[in-house]
Unconditional design. Structure first.
Length: 254
């Protein structure tokens, strides 16, 4: 068996602009489609369109703090987040959630076609996909009836085990458009990382070559790169730095 924690996170501040006249067709807080005196205060929402942005910003801020805390504390096999805005928004935030706290998968929407994120390196390698418009929402582009790989409509199928998540992007024709395998990632500042076994860099590996260079040469030529370290520091301390920096494949040091 396996365990998974799934976090639902509100990212609609991206469309809740402070300027009530800006992008009127998309702005949740806009004046164009909200009647004069509009208020959601009775159900706990903003009291006016002028309070709207700050309300959504607080929702984001509180959610981000909650998610970060829960990811750090999680010992589940998988950590998955679901949010509205698509892969690429607030990239540095999600990158940190992945690299530091072990977020394994980000599921998003907003854009009305379905696809895997084309620049996962911007998220530190975090797997992310856009679910698309489903079956009843207008697609982003016209459907190409002759294209067996058309991805305007369809769904994603996830098969989860303890060791991997297999994801299939299946279009409206029933064809598999793309696939991806997600492997669990511990991060560096999470409960999972704390419980994970340590491993010394193996001689001949890229990590070993990097840390031995850093100890013998790099510390002298570029000392500011290695705060708190000296040439007398043990090799494991250099490995820890590169592990925390997510560089050269360095594993958690012993």
């Amino acid at each position: 068996g396996f365990t998974a924690e799934i976090f639902m996170f509100d990212s609609n501040v991206e469309d809740a602009l402070k300027d009530t006249a800006a992008t009127p067709e998309h702005n949740i807080c806009g004046a164009l489609h909200n009647p004069p005196g509009a208020s959601c205060a009775k159900v706990g929402g903003p009291g006016s369109i002028h309070e709207c942005h700050d309300w959504f910003q607080k929702l984001w801020d509180d959610g981000a703090a909650f998610i970060t805390k829960k990811l750090k504390e999680s010992s589940a096999d998988w950590q998955i987040m679901v949010t509205h805005f698509p892969c690429g928004h607030q990239a540095s935030f999600y990158r940190d959630l992945h690299l530091k706290y072990g977020l394994d998968l980000l599921v998003t929407g907003h854009v009305h076609f379905q696809m895997f994120y084309w620049s996962p390196e911007k998220l530190g390698g975090l797997s992310c996909f856009i679910t698309g418009g489903g079956g009843g929402i207008t697609s982003e582009n016209n459907v190409d009836l002759s294209n067996d790989k058309d991805h305007q409509y369809g769904f994603f199928d996830l098969t989860i085990s303890k060791d991997k998540i297999s994801i299939e992007n299946i279009n409206w024709k029933g064809n598999i458009v793309a696939t991806e395998i997600v492997e669990p990632y511990d991060g560096t500042d999470s409960k999972k990382a704390e419980l994970a076994p340590c491993k010394a860099a193996e001689p001949g590996s890229k990590c070993y070559k990097t840390i031995t260079w850093a100890q013998k040469d790099g510390i002298h030529s570029n000392p500011t790169w290695f705060p708190g370290l000296t040439s007398a520091s043990p090799l494991s301390k250099f490995q820890e730095k590169f592990w925390r920096d997510h560089k050269d494949g360095c594993p958690k040091p012993c």
